[in-house]
Design a protein around this ligand. Structure first.
Ligand code: PEP
Ligand code: MG
Length: 629
């Protein structure tokens, strides 16, 4: 697959970027030609057509911007309007959450509304706009950051929680300030009020915590300026099956709330206000896609077994209970990866043990006796807990993330382990630790489990003392030395998303690095073979739970290598199963051998592509773009 970037030739001449000069404060000149086609990265296949709703998050405010004295009154007016909008949005969100989720969960909005009514905060913003001649967003971002830094360092837990609230409100205000200034008053409200079933959402950048809202609204499609196919938002959208394109550069400058768009998540194309013949043609394509999905639905009840009788277990990746139900719909054999961190991100404080235990127990009960592998919290990088202050790191993917951070937050980690051990009393539960880099890591993890068991013993709680313990293989140092870990763990699961990132030294989220982030890199495939062979030699089950597991492009290769457990987003199960049911083991082994002999990423990619085309036929293959290639 060639690198996909938005074409410069279609970038409007007026794209001067945001906040480059004080001209930005004049109403921007709109480009006149607003029919465009944009290319990005295909993330979730399918076609969505409809009105676009825009969601912006203000992430960067340049602090050296100034305004003139004459602009001050307008600036204060804009500030007041932004505050008014924020209150309205919050009150609406509060009543929705109270109705649909619960009164307790809705109370978070009360704190936010109170902050917006706090005269000392708003008075300070107004005062600094006047005295320092700075735009309101600059002042708001500096003050909010100051409050956040101070509060997140104090001992008192309640005050620390308030830091997260302040940041949340600050971001909302910044969004609104931007919208008011740029004549886009409906923009942020869109996500809470105007986004409805069948809409398409555009964001410059999405965070995993946004996805819950999109799910709740049953949006038809999503496209974003930032992001890649392997980021955590992409993973969550894949579970929802929402057609998605990411990395769509330049579209922001021409897009307006309410524009009609087509999102083609299979080819990575976005059309803004397309001609009628394009819309008609896409209606036919949408029809073809539904036929393709119906074809796959025929696979659902069939066993995942090759033509010569090799059984493969197809497991689901989930992050919440509703996805367990989805997994059952697709006849999963169990949950191979329960990403617990998502449930921790949509809150404003860490849950207590009983609360976590209830959540995990509900999931275990919903499994109907099938196994579930619960991964301990894998936080950091883009998976931010709003109530944890993270220091700035130049390279967060190589720093304090995942297991490393969980060990620093040892009280949270212990609490989570106790909850998992208690839930394990009710079914076939395994626990798995992410980002294990050295033997010390997994030994430390085991010590924490022992400690958690002792604590539960003392409290006379029911729990499973014999829970199976596993580790994710997603760091090359661990991948190269599996034998060292076999005394500590009963199973391995390969996180290909991170393992590719660290093996190829290419950020999984950075579009500019996509050319090097390749599952088809010969070095990566050789490493994968090594892992599978070592696990087999040491008699430890190994599964794949990164995006590669659900990517039909790799299925035959993985079966040929000897992988027998694949864990993926539930909607991916039928297609992977279709491939498994069409192949035999000697053929898969020959394919794996051939791929491992090839010298270049491109050759391997072509081999996999032609193989999938041969198995599925060209008409079907067009819908099955690879996510890991
Ligand atoms: C992986 O890295 O492949 C994985 C499954 O973990 P995550 O995508 O949650 O980092
Ligand atoms: Mg990972």
């Amino acid at each position: 697959m060639s690198r996909q970037r938005s074409s410069d030739s279609i970038r409007p001449a007026t794209d001067t970027g945001r906040y480059k000069s004080s001209d930005t404060y004049r109403r921007s000149t709109r480009p006149t030609r607003r029919k465009h086609v944009f290319k990005g990265t295909p993330v979730v296949p399918g076609i969505a057509m409809g009105r676009v709703r825009l969601k912006f998050r203000q992430t960067q405010v340049l602090s050296d911007l100034t305004i003139t004295e004459a602009q001050v009154p307008r600036e204060i007016e804009v500030l007041k309007e932004a505050v008014r909008q924020a209150k309205e949005q919050l009150m609406l969100a509060r009543s929705k959450v109270a109705q649909e989720i619960g009164e307790l969960e809705a109370t978070i909005f009360d704190t936010h509304i109170a902050l917006l009514e706090d005269r000392s905060f708003l008075g300070k913003v107004e005062e600094q706009v006047r005295s320092e001649l700075k735009p309101a967003e600059v002042v708001v971002s500096v003050i909010v950051e100051g409050y956040f830094q101070t509060l997140s360092m104090v001992e008192d837990e309640n005050l620390r929680e308030r830091a997260a609230d302040i940041r949340d409100v600050g971001l909302r205000l910044l969004d609104n300030l931007h919208n008011v200034k740029h004549d886009a008053a409906v923009v942020d409200k869109a996500i809470e009020r105007h986004v409805g079933e069948g809409d398409i959402v555009f964001a410059r950048e999405l965070l995993p915590s946004d996805i819950a809202t999109l799910e709740h609204r049953h949006v038809a499609g999503v496209f974003a300026e930032a992001g890649s196919a392997r980021g955590h938002c992409a993973i969550m959208l894949r579970a929802l099956g929402t057609p998605t394109v990411m990395g769509v550069e330049g579209v922001y400058t021409i897009l307006r709330d309410g524009d009609f768009v087509i999102v083609d998540g299979s080819s990575g194309t976005v059309f803004v206000n397309p001609r009628k013949d394009i819309v008609d043609s896409y209606k036919r394509t949408q029809h073809d896609f539904h036929n393709y999905q119906n074809l796959l639905n025929e696979e659902v009840e069939l066993p995942a077994v090759t033509t010569d009788g090799v059984q493969v277990s197809l497991l689901a990746n989930v992050s919440k209970q509703s996805e367990v139900a989805l997994g059952h719909m697709y006849r999963m054999d169990g949950v191979g990866l329960y990403r617990t961190e998502f449930g921790l991100m949509v809150r404003n404080s860490f849950p207590d043990e009983d609360e976590l235990y209830q959540i995990y127990r509900n999931i275990v009960k919903a499994m109907d006796g099938k196994p579930v592998t619960i991964r301990t919290m894998d936080i950091g990088t883009d998976k931010i807990l709003p109530y944890i202050k993270m220091p700035h790191e130049n390279n967060p993917a190589l720093g304090r993330r995942s297991f490393r951070l969980a060990m620093e937050l040892d009280e949270f980690q212990s609490c989570q382990l106790r909850a998992i051990l208690r839930a394990a009393h009710y079914g076939d539960v395994r626990v798995m630790f992410p980002l294990i880099t050295a033997l010390d890591d997994i030994r430390m993890a085991r010590r924490m489990i022992r400690l958690a068991c002792r604590q539960l013993e003392e409290r006379k709680r029911r729990y499973n003392p014999d829970i199976q313990v596993g580790m994710m293989v997603e760091v090359p140092a661990a991948a190269m030395s599996l034998g060292k870990y076999v005394r500590e763990v009963q199973f391995f699961s390969v996180g290909t998303n991170d393992l590719i990132q660290y093996t190829c030294a290419a950020d999984r989220d950075q579009i500019e690095a996509a050319h090097w982030y390749r599952g088809t890199n010969p070095g990566f495939l050789a490493l994968l073979r090594h892992i599978v062979q070592e696990a087999e030699a040491y008699n430890r089950p190994v599964s794949i739970c990164g995006e590669m597991a659900g990517d039909p492009f790799y299925t035959m290769f993985l079966i040929g290598l000897g992988v027998r457990h694949l864990s993926m987003a539930p909607p991916q199960i039928p297609l992977v199963k279709k491939i498994i049911r069409s192949i035999n083991l000697p053929g898969a082994q020959r394919l794996a051998e051939r791929a491992l002999q090839l010298g270049s990423t491109a050759q391997i990619g072509e081999l996999f592509q032609t193989t999938v085309e041969r198995i599925l036929g060209r008409d079907i293959t067009v819908w099955t773009r690879s996510q890991s290639e």
